[in-house]
Design a protein around this ligand. Sequence first.
Ligand code: GCO
Ligand code: MG
Length: 423
Amino acid sequence: MKITEVRVIVTCPGRNYVILKIMTDTPGLYGVGDATLNGRELAVASALENHIAPLLIGRDPDSIEDIWQSLFRGTYWRGGPVLMTALAGVDTALWDIKGKRAGLPVYSLLGGKTRLGALAYTHAGGRDVSEVEDSVREKIAQGFKVVRAQIAIPGTVGTYGVGGAGEASLASWKNSGTPWQDELSGGGEWGDGGAMPYVERWEPTPYLHTIPKLFAHLRDKIGWDVELFHDVHERLTPIQAARLAKDLEPYRLFFLEDPLRPEHKESFRIIRQHSTTPLAMGELFHTKWDCLPLISEQLIDFIRCDLGHIGGITEAKKIAAVSECYYVQTAWHGPGDIAPPTHAANVHLDLSVPNFGVQEMVFFPDIVQEVLPGAPTFKDGYLHVTDAPGLGTDIDEEAAKKYPYERNYLPMTRRADGSTHDW
Ligand code: GCO
Ligand code: MG
C-alpha cells in the first residue's frame, strides 16, 4: 500500500482547525489527522504542504514508527511546536488508516480496553465565589465527577478561564482610562478575527489570596463528593507555586495544573519540597524528553501533554509507558482549540493504557460536528469512542470550504507595570 496524496485543509467552523487527510492507493481508504496549533495555524499548514507532504508520497502508511522517526530526526532541525504539531497530524492520520485497514478501533491496536470509559473533566468559572459555585453545580448536574474551577481575580482584568467574567472585566478595563490597553493590544478582544491579541492584566498577590478562598468556599458549600482542581496556566514563580500548593492542601485538589512555566523542569522540586497537593504539567511540552525529568524524579502526578502537539499517539504511548513506571497518570490536554481527531486519539489511548488518570473534554458545537464528525461522546461522567475502525472521526471537505480561515491570536498577559507575563 502507498500514500498517494496529502491534503491540508484549513477551516474555521467557529475557530481555526488544520486537518490532514492522507489518501492511499486503496480506493476509499484514507486517514484524518489534526494539526491545529492555536494562533500559529498557517505555520503548521505551510510546513505540511511545502516540506512534509512530498516526503510522504509513495511511503507505505503501515510504517508509522519509521515515518515518525524519519520526519522527526530527518529534519535535523527537529522538535518545537510547529514541527511536532505537523508530525502529530501525520501520526494520527496514519493510526486512523492502520485501524481502518485492520477493521479495528485504534484502542484495540494499542492493546485493547482496560476500562469501560474515560473519566472526563470540564471547566467551571465565574466572577466571584458564588458564580463559580453555581457553575460547578451546573457541571455536576450534567454528570461530571471532576471539575476545574477558575475565578476572576480582584484588581486584575480578564482572568484566564473565566469566560464572561473576562469580558465584563474588559469593559471596565477599557473604561478605566488605563493607557496600555489600546497602546499594547491594539484594542483587540478575544476572538475578533484580525485584531491584535487581547491583553489581560494580572498580578500574583491578589491571585494567591483569592484561589485558596475559592476552594474553601466550594468545599464548604458543595462538599467532597466531586473532584475539584485549578489551572494556574504557568504564571507563578516556584516559591509562589509552593505557597499556593501548600495553602490548597486542606481542600484536597485532584491536581494543581501547570503551576510553572515549562522551561526549567527542576523548579518543580521546590513545590514538591513543600506540599502534597498533586501536580499536573505538560500541555506546553513537545517531546518525551521534556516530560522525562518530571516523571523520573516523580515531581508530578499527572502528565498532560497535548497529543496534537507532541507528535501524536506514537509519542504519547511512550510517555504513558514511562509514566507507568513512576506512578504518574495521564491527563491529556483536550481543549476546544484542538480538533476532534485529537480528542478521539486521546480517548483511544485513555481506554488502553493502565495508568490513565482523567481526560479534559469539550462539547463541540454543531458547526464543528458538521465539518468534523465523530468526536468522543460523554455519558455520566465518562467519555466513549465507537468501535468503528480507526479513530472514528472524519472531515466533510465540502462543509469545511464554507468556513475559511480567520486570523486569530491567543490573548497575552501583562503585569500592572505593563511588562509581559506568561498567559
Ligand atoms: C487547558 C489549556 C487551554 C489553553 C489553550 C491554548 O488546560 O485546557 O490551558 O485552555 O490555554 O489550549 O490554546
Ligand atoms: Mg491548562
